[in-house]
Design a protein around this ligand. Structure first.
Ligand SMILES: Nc1ncnc2c1ncn2[C@@H]1O[C@H](COP(=O)(O)OP(=O)(O)OP(=O)(O)O)[C@@H](O)[C@H]1O
Ligand SMILES: [Mg+2]
Length: 507
């Protein structure tokens, strides 16, 4: 007996002849948590899709041994029956179905005669969510009522409802708050204690270091190293991931801060579900040319609502005025905001960012097509060179701009959305969680790009849940708490404690 629950040997996978995985080995013991690390596009999600038979046996080379037996699964159903449960990087919930229906999707409890036993499913769903410290979720409401963090935990609840012997978590924490991450890590520890093995994929390396027993690093589809965590550190993981030392997380670039370019006055947003409740309550602020303004706050503080209202994309009723270079901007429509000089890179890439049916290149040129369209004809040459320039500028990893956007790794899809917005030549660039799911090296590139754009005079508004990032790149920091502005700080030796106190309403 090898003592392994799983052995993957020499796994190789190609997409249209291009290798994505090139001879990868991975072995896991019961109760072991493996941290699978690598840059965007390294092949982490692909390897897990091979394991869970999203890519069925026969569509890749190599061998999988599960519990001592060869595993040649042709469908996800088969791997689930074996006890291999995957939580995908992109949420797979059905927005219109209830929370309980989502948790039981494909796994329903039925009454004799075949009808669905809703009371039983609802009870069990509530129980699972209590375990994830989500007692306030109403399991009969459609899942779309809940925000990104809650949906992610519901997705995890759905996995816990299945009989996992190996749980794969692909970027489970990207949209979670710090306290939600604690719940998640606690859940993983409980599973480990019960002998369930885990593969944990995250670009938040502190989290990986805290929870994993073993670190497996892959780069460009190749296995680099397998090391017990006690012999590793976050710095060593980074060095193995990028093949070089990174001794600095935040770039610096002097950029002059000019006159006020944008002003938001008395912005109030009402909850579309409950019009008496304010999600943003009378927030006013200014941004200057060349300034990077960070917006901090805990989940639910109203940060996304505030910036989507300014951009004209808030789905509910909102009040207040937005002024750009002394002109009032109509906030009823994002197209008007774009024409006025705003750009927004949204938080939720899957629903508001990418257009799944289009190619990488088409996604990049989407909102600026007018500029490249002379009368009715689109100038292909000009468009292609603009796309190529953006791909190079962001080091976006794609075999070709003609590839479907869904073929890109998660982090590279994020770069494509950013590239599209840069093409509009904005005066004010709003970035909502710009580095979510992005690897450390690419984060550095995105920060550097933000600094370069600021140096060119663009005002940048960045919403981020990562306090270190807010303090690492912002010139000034706004803090929201329960929809109200609780702080407006110059980032001059500003401490995490000061920002956190304001975010929790303790200052
Ligand atoms: N369906 C597909 N068609 C073509 N190429 C693909 C497809 N899926 C993945 N790839 C390519 O395979 C490589 C590995 O992608 P993968 O999604 O596994 O990366 P990852 O390590 O999960 O990255 P991230 O951290 O950004 O999520 C990338 O170059 C990607 O573009
Ligand atoms: Mg991935």
């Amino acid at each position: 007996m090898s003592g392994y629950l799983l052995e993957m040997k020499g796994i190789a996978k190609r997409f249209d002849g291009v290798p994505a995985l090139d001879g990868i080995d991975l072995a896991i013991r019961p109760g072991e948590c493996i941290g699978l690390c690598g840059e965007n596009g390294a092949g982490k999600s692909t390897l897990m899709k091979v394991l869970s038979a999203v890519y069925p046996h026969g569509s890749w080379d190599g061998e999988i041994v599960w519990d001592g037996q060869p595993l040649r699964a042709r469908s996800v159903r088969e791997t689930e029956e074996a006890g291999i449960i995957i939580i995908h990087q992109e949420l797979m919930l059905v927005p219109e179905l209830s929370v309980a229906e989502n948790i039981f999707l494909g796994n329903e409890i039925t009454l004799p005669g075949g009808r669905l036993d809703y009371p039983a499913m609802n009870r069990r769903a509530e129980e699972i969510l209590r375990g994830l410290r989500l007692p306030d979720v109403n399991v009969v409401l459609p899942v779309k009522h809940y925000g990104g963090g809650h949906q992610q935990l519901i997705e995890i609840g759905k996995a816990l409802n299945k009989n996992a012997r190996l749980l794969i978590l692909d970027e489970p924490s990207a949209s979670l708050s710090a306290s939600e991450i604690d719940v998640l890590l606690g859940t993983v520890r409980d599973l480990k204690a019960r002998g369930v093995a885990c593969v944990y994929i995250s670009h938040k390396l502190e989290e990986v270091a805290a929870i994993c027993d073993t670190i497996v690093v892959i780069r460009d589809g190749k296995h680099i190293a397998t090391t017990p965590m006690p012999q590793m550190s976050v710095d060593r993981i980074i060095a193995q991931m990028c093949g070089r030392e990174m001794n600095q997380m935040y770039p610096t670039l002097p950029h002059a801060i000019g006159e006020v370019v944008m002003e938001a006055r008395h912005i109030t947003c009402y909850d579309p579900e409950n019009p008496r409740r304010k999600k943003v309550d009378d927030v006013s602020f200014q941004v200057r040319r060349g300034e990077i303004l960070g917006i901090a706050g805990i989940v639910g503080a109203g940060r996304t609502e505030l910036v989507t209202a300014i951009f004209g994309a808030y789905p509910g009723r909102h009040e207040g005025e937005v002024w750009l270079e002394g002109q009032r901007v109509d906030t009823s429509d994002p197209l008007k905001a774009i024409r006025a000089g705003f750009a927004l890179v949204p938080e939720d890439r899957k629903h508001h960012g990418i257009v799944r049916d289009l190619s990488v290149g088409e996604n990049i040129t989407l909102s600026v097509l007018q500029r490249y369209a002379h009368l009715t004809r689109i100038d292909d040459g000009e468009e292609t060179s603009a796309v190529k320039e953006q791909i190079a500028r962001l080091a976006l990893k794609t075999a070709s701009p003609a590839l479907p956007i869904t073929a890109l790794s998660g982090g590279n899809q994020q770069k494509a959305v950013l590239a599209r917005m840069l093409l509009t030549g904005p005066k004010v660039l709003i970035l909502d969680e710009p580095t979510r799911g992005v690897d450390v090296g690419a984060k550095f590139e995105i920060y550097r790009l933000m600094l370069e754009l600021a140096a060119q005079g663009i005002a940048i508004v960045m919403v981020s849940s990562e306090l270190a990032e807010v303090l690492g790149v912002s010139d000034r920091v706004l803090v929201l708490q329960e929809g109200r502005l609780r702080g407006d700080f110059l980032n001059d030796d500003l401490s995490q404690e000061t920002v956190l106190a304001a975010a929790l309403g303790q200052s």
